[in-house]
Write a protein that binds this ligand. Structure first.
Ligand code: SAH
Ligand code: SF4
Length: 405
């Protein structure tokens, strides 16, 4: 998205111009702007330079600590400035098209984002998983996915578009609204929910899409989510999962500093090429090398390897032993994910006994190997079951995005 601080038309990349008419009246959202960008935004509406720092702190607090979605609620900012802000900027939430609650308490929201500078309006799924002592929000980074892993339902929806930093953050803000993780807006100055009582304690970038094919927006959103004067999520409580975009892995550790999860799923190239076709571009040897070089690894920091359990495909004793050999020397934890079925797939979930046997081998080799309890299967909210009805990109638009990867 091109950010426009004045009323010049939004610049749309040429290939998108005919498909997505720029909405010249659209206001720039303040959500998702870095502090520097927000400071410039304030100056563009005439806030004097000497006041910018103070106004910025106020805005940041209102947006990310108090979670307001209307300028009217910012009661320590003068009515005159609130009007100026509202005239040029927006802080509204996406529309909640649907909310489903699973019988295990998992919640799934379908959110609709209006068209932005470089893309059409889209629908995205976000999932909240309450657990003993914590709650995890599973956030999407793209609508659909380019990578088409053969066992993943999201992969059957072709890529529609990347989400902007604003849209990634908006999933978190909307979920916190719905779960009452922000102070009550009807009590101005009401108590802030203490960190340890927050419903959302962890964030995983494991929703729709491949986050490392949308690196810049994901980075921006996660840096804002972990900003200590705002949403304040510890980087240790944010996990980014990738199917293995090798050239970006180092940058995740260096520039974002969050926990890394790798969707491994197979221990040799032949099978991984089928399950995770990206492996043809970045084979296992390169992927493991990138993992060994992940910044900070070993200092109480591990990489999580995700391994979906597919009956008679990757769940043999031999696979388990090869997995242990492959991870040698890497500080790792292995999440065994029972395959979540979807209509039309030919894969089946491994038998429970086989999963336990597999876990046992890995565990005895010294790696934590929890078996992930499937959550929200009844509302198609479990891993790899997310999908929306948004239309895929036309060929020309898709090419443009791939070139940017
Ligand atoms: N694109 C990223 C993040 C989203 S997928 C990635 O692939 O890592 C989140 C996790 O769910 C990944 O580990 C993915 O492999 C797994 N997954 C996908 N489909 C699944 C399914 N049907 N059953 C269980 N896990 C699945
Ligand atoms: Fe995309 Fe991840 Fe699904 Fe593969 S597993 S298709 S990378 S969302």
């Amino acid at each position: 998205m091109t950010i426009s601080y004045d009323l010049k038309p939004i610049i749309v990349r040429k290939a998108f111009a005919s498909a997505v008419p720029a909405d010249l009246s659209a206001k720039t959202s303040l959500i998702g702007l870095t502090r520097d960008e927000m400071a410039k935004a304030l100056q563009s509406i005439g806030v004097p330079v000497r006041q910018v720092h103070m106004r910025l702190s106020q805005l940041w607090h209102w947006l990310y600590v108090r979670g307001v979605s209307s300028f009217d609620d910012m009661f320590n900012i003068s009515g005159e400035l609130r009007n100026r802000l509202a005239g040029r900027f927006s802080i509204t939430r996406p529309r909640i098209v649907a909310e489903q609650v699973s019988n295990d308490g998992t919640r799934k929201w379908l959110l609709r984002f209006p068209s932005c500078g470089a893309g059409r309006s889209v629908e995205v799924e976000t999932v909240y998983i309450p657990q003993e002592g914590r709650g995890t929000l599973c956030v999407s980074s793209q609508v659909g996915c380019l990578l088409a892993c053969s066992f993943c339902y999201t992969g059957t929806q072709r890529l529609v578009r990347n989400l902007t930093a604003e849209e990634i953050l908006a999933q978190l803000l909307t979920a916190r609204d719905c779960l009452r993780d922000f102070p009550d807006k009807n009590t101005p100055g009401g108590a802030i929910v203490p960190q340890e009582r927050r419903k959302i304690s962890n964030i995983v970038m494991m929703g729709m899409g491949e986050p490392l094919y949308n690196f810049d927006a994901v980075k921006k959103a996660l840096l804002i989510a972990s900003d200590g004067e705002g949403l304040s999520f510890s980087r240790r409580r944010i996990t980014l999962s990738t199917s293995g975009v090798v050239p970006k892995i180092y940058r995740v550790g260096k520039e974002i500093g969050v926990m890394l999860a790798i969707s491994l799923h197979a221990v040799d190239d032949e099978l991984r090429n089928i399950l995770v076709p990206l492996n043809k571009k970045y084979p296992l040897a390169e992927l493991m090398e990138a993992c060994r070089n992940y910044p900070g690894l070993g200092n109480a920091c591990h990489i999580t390897f995700e391994y979906v359990m597919l009956k008679d495909v990757n769940d043999s004793v031999k696979d388990a032993r090869k997995l242990v050999a492959l991870l040698k020397g890497i500080s790792a934890k292995i999440n065994l994910i029972p395959f979540n079925p979807w209509l039309g797939t030919n894969y089946q979930c491994s038998d429970w006994k086989q999963i336990e046997h597999f876990a046992d081998i890995v565990n005895k080799a010294g790696y934590a190997s929890p078996i992930r309890t499937p959550r929200g299967r009844d509302i198609l909210a479990a891993c790899g079951q997310l999908k929306s009805q948004s239309k895929p990109l036309r060929k020309m638009e898709r090419l443009q995005l791939e070139v940017g990867v």
